[in-house]
Design a protein around this ligand. Structure first.
Ligand code: BGC
Length: 766
């Protein structure tokens, strides 16, 4: 197994220094030399104002209308544009650069293409639930192709913020709680989106975000601070960023949080010592929306000029959205507070990525010739529906299937109830880029098509997403995002009850609206909203069997509903083809294989709850309960559903683990293998997961850590040998002195199809 962790390198604790890249950056050395010459020559021709202009990243909008943008382009005051997403619009601006500006330095165009551009795939949390790097490669390639064909050069993705916090609304945008899974997903996304070369016609450059540790905001409260030990940081939170950069990501977006008291945007250790000097990153760093200005609120800058001085010295190249760099850098350079070399350095990084995007060869590389723009940007034939349906089906996680209630038969009378059953908007999830809601398939549409001519499907909305007027107002703050049915809760429920009573089985589409799992959508209560809980209670009272279809962007507390429903299918926000994909799984046309990328807690009070926690001195043992042990007296320590969990319509059995040797040495490798058998009656796939534990070390090590996984697809009765190769790096960790070490002794290897039920074997490292 190829490890994402670096070779042993000494870490002076005070500096938090990190290792060198294990692999060279993707750009070939000769290209890099050519690029450096080109950029150096260009910088010599540029005035200070033109260099500062390159550092400005701007969004066209009411504050900066197109006419203002035109004047700014003419004067060389803009480096890049984000949020403009059609070829005709982009072409106008690039034309202005080429026709009006002195040096004709092309703009680059960026957008949040996080899980699709026109075709919307499952949210990243759902993609992670597929544990399928091939599926994620498909998503990355298609997203890049659609984005590039819209004229874009860069995406603000992937987001690789590891998070143990379902209260945080942006859990939806990341790949879950695990370092290794997040690293693999992030790396796959970068490679897929950038392709062989980010300059290619159908590729875009990625910007890994949010650097760093944004997923660890205290209490899951958005934009909050982060305080973390260096061991935790380097072992669990930083590897996904480093892995994405090793995969060649040309950009880094800097996070909005502070890290041990220093905002990331002001953090020279993070952006210069670590990122540039130790990780040798040569691309651009971009501040997040308004982050430079926010240094004043953070209490580290006294005024706007001070904020600019701190940000550029820390290592922020491009300033997103605010005008501060343009306004204050000229004066700061004049007074000597910022050096010309510091501005040159930032401008060089911007020009470097423009070079790597191929823009100096052809400013229109992603636009094509005049007249080639699509006639209808949202034309149906620009979508990739078949791939979206397939990937979405792979992202679904079957949590409960009591007495094999699923798959459903396409016969008799079925009821579909719930506020998310027919919402085209919500199913796309947060950051659905240029996706168009009316092109997405709801569950109601999907089920109707599936049963047409075979069974009767009844439908009732049953409740609003929420009856809480304050939450409704929050969700509809900027646009009417959540439609509020004017009927009373009782009227809505009554209709649903009468529909349920006529049905053999009731499918309930419940969860969160798109805006509940987004940026700035932290929740203190991660249960289903009360209106939906009441609806489920009412349907339960009819005595009809219930299959819950959850649509949501975070781990939820569904403890109560878990006791009420016979079947539970976690579908996240599954995208343009979600309704078809969910329907495929509900009716058994696809067999679910997804596994949870996050732990589902029993209650918000258990948070943070994650599988790879440290042992305590007083572990709780439920078979011998002891008061003075680490637990809550009012709830179990265990999760409702553990990390890595997910059922299938078939059964898989694992043989005991066999090891190629009982001992691993520093230069050697060891193969751990199991035979997986499909012992059920249907073809299906599962994810074989390998965890390691270092039970005795100089510092406490996690009770288990994911180190490898493989998806296997088997026919009924078929078996497959799954082999994982382990080496020293897989056993290494950051010790108390921040050295990357492996300590000799016993290790435990666990292999299973979730993180709890595993085969176990020990070996020695010497
Ligand atoms: C978000 C970023 C996003 C940017 C541009 C910010 O509010 O934090 O993730 O890329 O906006 O849309």
């Amino acid at each position: 197994m190829k490890s994402m962790f670096p070779q042993a390198v000494v870490f002076p604790l005070a500096l938090f220094s990190a290792s060198l890249f294990a692999e060279p950056p993707t750009l070939q050395a000769s290209n890099e030399t050519q690029r450096d010459h080109f950029v150096s020559a260009l910088l010599k021709k540029m005035t200070l104002d033109e260099k500062i202009g390159q550092l400005r990243l701007i969004s066209v909008g009411p504050d900066t209308p197109k006419s203002t943008i035109k004047q700014m382009i003419e004067k060389g005051q803009i480096g890049a544009i984000f949020n403009t997403v059609t070829r005709p619009d982009i072409r106008i601006m690039q034309d202005q650069v080429m026709q009006l500006s002195r040096l004709k330095i092309p703009l680059f165009f960026a957008y949040d293409v996080v899980h699709g551009q026109r075709t919307i795939f499952p949210i990243p949390l759902g993609l992670a639930a597929s544990w399928d790097t091939q599926a994620v490669t498909t998503v990355g390639r298609i997203s890049a192709l659609e984005a590039a064909q819209d004229g874009l050069n860069m995406t603000w993705a992937p987001m690789v913020d590891v998070s143990h916090e379902p209260r945080w609304g942006r859990s939806s945008e990341g790949f879950g709680e695990d370092t290794y899974l997040t690293s693999m997903m992030g790396q796959t996304m970068v490679k897929a989106m950038q392709g062989n070369d980010p300059a290619d016609r159908n590729s875009v450059m990625t910007s890994v975000k949010h650097f760093a540790l944004y997923g660890a905001v205290e209490g899951g409260r958005e934009y909050n601070s982060v305080d973390m030990s260096p061991q935790q940081m380097f072992q669990h939170y930083l590897p996904p960023y480093q892995t994405a950069l090793q995969a060649g990501s040309g950009g880094v977006m800097v996070s909005l949080n502070s890290i041990n008291g220093v905002p990331a945007t002001a953090n020279r250790w993070l952006l210069t010592d670590l990122l540039r000097h130790q990780w040798h990153f040569k691309g651009i760093t971009v501040s997040d929306h308004g982050a430079i200005k926010e240094l004043i609120n953070h209490g580290v800058a006294s005024d706007p000029a001070d904020a600019v001085r701190i940000a550029i010295k820390a290592g922020i190249d491009m300033s997103m959205s605010d005008q501060y760099y343009s306004q204050y850098l000229p004066g700061l350079v004049k007074s000597g507070a910022v050096t010309a070399a510091e501005v040159d350095n930032a401008a060089r990084h911007v020009l470097n990525v423009k070079y790597d995007m191929g823009l100096f060869r052809d400013a229109y590389s992603h636009l094509g010739p005049v007249g080639s723009d699509p006639k209808d940007t949202n034309a149906e034939d620009r979508l990739h529906r078949a791939q979206a349906r397939e990937v979405a089906a792979q992202s679904l996680v079957l949590l409960k299937n009591w007495h094999h209630i699923l798959p459903l038969k396409k016969q008799g009378t079925l009821a579909l109830i719930g506020p998310l059953a027919d919402s085209q908007r919500d199913i796309m999830g947060s950051w659905s880029a240029a996706g168009v809601a009316k092109q997405s398939v709801t569950l109601l549409q999907g089920m109707r098509e599936a049963v047409a001519g075979k069974a009767t499907l009844l439908y009732a909305k049953g409740s609003n997403i929420t009856d809480n007027a304050k939450v409704q107002a929050f969700l509809n703050l900027y646009e009417p995002a959540v439609e509020v049915d004017k009927r009373s809760p009782q009227q809505l429920r009554d209709e649903a009850i009468s529909v349920a009573k006529k049905a053999d089985v009731v499918v309930m589409a419940v969860g969160e609206s798109q805006g509940m799992a987004h940026e700035a959508s932290s929740r203190s209560d991660i249960r289903l909203p009360k209106a939906q809980r009441d609806l489920i209670d009412a349907i339960k009272a009819t005595g009809k069997p219930i299959v819950l279809v959850l649509m949501n962007g975070r781990a939820l507390d569904i403890t109560q509903q878990d006791q009420q429903a016979e079947g539970i299918l976690e579908t996240w926000f599954s995208g343009t083809e979600g309704g078809h994909a969910i329907s495929d799984v509900l009716f058994g046309d696809a067999n679910p294989s997804g596994k949870l990328p996050v732990t589902f807690p029993r209650s918000v009070g258990q948070l943070p709850l994650y599988y790879n926690h440290l042992p305590t001195g007083r572990p709780y043992d439920f078979t011998h309960p002891n008061k003075y042990t680490s637990h809550y007296f009012d709830i179990d320590n265990s999760p409702l559903y553990p990390f890595g969990f997910g059922l299938s319509y078939t059964e898989f059995t694992l043989s005991p683990i066999s090891l190629s040797s009982s001992m691993l040495t520093a230069k050697g490798q060891m193969v751990a293998s199991v035979t997986v058998t499909n012992s059920g009656k249907l073809a299906g796939g599962t994810i074989v997961q390998l965890y390691l534990q270092d039970p005795v070390a100089s510092i406490s090590r996690p009770v288990k850590e994911l180190k490898a996984f493989e998806k296997v697809q088997l026919q009924p009765g078929e078996s497959k040998r799954v082999q994982f190769t382990l080496s020293k790096n897989d056993l290494s960790f950051w010790n108390q002195q921040m050295k990357w070490v492996v300590e000799p002794g016993q290790f435990v290897v666990m292999i299973g199809t979730d993180s709890v039920h595993t085969e176990v074997k020990s070996f020695t490292y010497q």
